[in-house]
Design a protein around this ligand. Structure first.
Ligand SMILES: NC(=O)c1ccc[n+]([C@@H]2O[C@H](COP(=O)([O-])OP(=O)(O)OC[C@H]3O[C@@H](n4cnc5c(N)ncnc54)[C@H](O)[C@@H]3O)[C@@H](O)[C@H]2O)c1
Ligand SMILES: O=c1ccn([C@@H]2O[C@H](COP(=O)(O)OP(=O)(O)O[C@H]3O[C@H](CO)[C@H](O)[C@H](O)[C@H]3O)[C@@H](O)[C@H]2O)c(=O)[nH]1
Length: 320
């Protein structure tokens, strides 16, 4: 099959593109390199440097589907510059859906997020939970989910939205490389490498066992497998929404302690104020993905996830 991967020069998109190639598919990556890296595009994929808002220039009926990762995805920035998020995430996805309709490309897998739920009423969080995003990033992703539902109902699109919880780990030479980095695991590993003095723990007064926030860390390779399953599970006229997480939570302190063991470095920590908008606990109920996609994540051990991220962090440092 032939797939267009938007955002395939970024973290998750590059890992999924690599999995598609390994499964024997043909892949074109469309990426404007705003946060991604040319070197992240897997060898074997065609590359188009361009914007999703111009997707009509490149999409044609030879494509069997689109995997749509391209987005702006920093929560803090979305609060400061919401217009950027409505433009890139919502207007960008609207243009992409239009280009798909024009070209007759009728299968879509979309990167949604746990941020569509906001502060949860119950954990683990099922897909039926209320969606009350607490920042513009989550609001724009939810708007795109609604857009996809209407497109499926009106025009027969076969669509799956995957709501990722905390993506982590790496797959060979493809891993997390954001600038500036805001995610916990890569930041902790930068401290282990001596690139930062200490990791800030954002709040230790949450109602959790050790007072720090609890998150559901999902290995990026398990996540990638769900995308390949979603491509086969997608049905015309239907929009399936699935959470992707392991269903178990780890606190910020547990992550830091695991990284100390994996890296053998002391990793100093300092307690800092809470970060605005952080829910205390976010853990997925991923029963829908298991049932409807036949998904079965296998890399659930936190030490293994951190070890893969550590190997990648060292690889990137050697390359620079
Ligand atoms: N990383 C996570 O923990 C996480 C969690 C939930 C959801 N997501 C979603 O998964 C997707 C991928 O996230 P990531 O961490 O790999 O981010 P990333 O920033 O590494 O990758 C995004 C890629 O999209 C490209 N891009 C952005 N806007 C574009 C545009 N208008 N046209 C073409 N290319 C464009 C960027 O250059 C980049 O290569 C995003 O949609 C994000 O919202 C990520
Ligand atoms: O230097 C840091 C960085 C993070 N944290 C804490 O570590 C936890 C994880 O933070 P990340 O920034 O790594 O991830 P988030 O949980 O904020 O964000 C993730 O979940 C969100 C859903 O709410 C979105 O989907 C987003 O894209 C995804 O990265 C949070 O409690 C955060 O407060 C720290 O203590 N110190």
């Amino acid at each position: 099959m032939k797939y267009l991967v938007t955002g395939g020069a970024g973290y998750v998109g590059s890992v999924v593109a690599q999995h598609l190639l390994e499964a024997g598919h043909e892949v074109t990556v469309l990426d404007n390199l705003s946060t991604g890296f040319r070197a992240g595009v897997p060898a074997g994929a065609a590359f188009v440097e361009g914007d999703i808002r111009d997707a009509a220039k490149w999409l044609d009926p030879s494509y069997d589907g689109v995997l749509h990762f391209a987005a702006s995805s920093q929560v803090g920035e979305s609060v400061a510059k919401p217009e950027k998020y409505w433009e890139n995430n919502v207007a960008g996805s609207l243009a992409l859906l239009g280009a798909m309709r024009e070209a007759g490309v009728r299968t879509l897998v979309f990167s949604s997020t746990a941020a569509t739920y906001g502060e949860p009423e119950q954990v683990p969080i099922p897909e039926t939970a209320p969606t009350r995003p607490t920042n513009p990033y989550g609001a724009t992703k939810l708007a795109v989910d609604h857009m996809i539902t209407s497109e499926a109902h009106a025009h027969g699109l076969a669509a799956v939205s995957l709501r990722y919880f905390n993506v982590a780990g790496a797959y060979g030479t493809h891993g997390e490389r954001h600038d500036p980095e805001s995610h916990l695991i890569p930041l902790v590993l930068q401290v282990a490498q001596g690139r930062r003095e200490a990791i800030s723990v954002f709040g230790e007064d949450y109602p959790t066992p050790d007072g720090t926030c609890v998150r559901d860390y999902i290995h990026v390779a398990d996540l990638a497998e769900a995308h390949l399953l979603a491509l086969t599970a997608a049905e015309p006229g239907r929009h399936l929404i699935c959470n992707l997480g392991n269903g178990s939570g780890f606190s910020v302190r547990e992550v830091i302690e695991t990284a100390r063991k994996v890296t053998g470095h002391p990793i100093p920590e300092v307690v800092a104020p809470r970060r605005g908008g952080d829910p205390a606990v976010l853990v997925a109920s991923a029963g829908t993905a298991r049932e409807k996609l036949g998904w079965n994540p296998s890399r659930t051990d936190l030490a293994g996830i951190v070890a893969d991220a550590w190997e990648f962090a060292q690889h990137i440092t050697r390359e620079q």
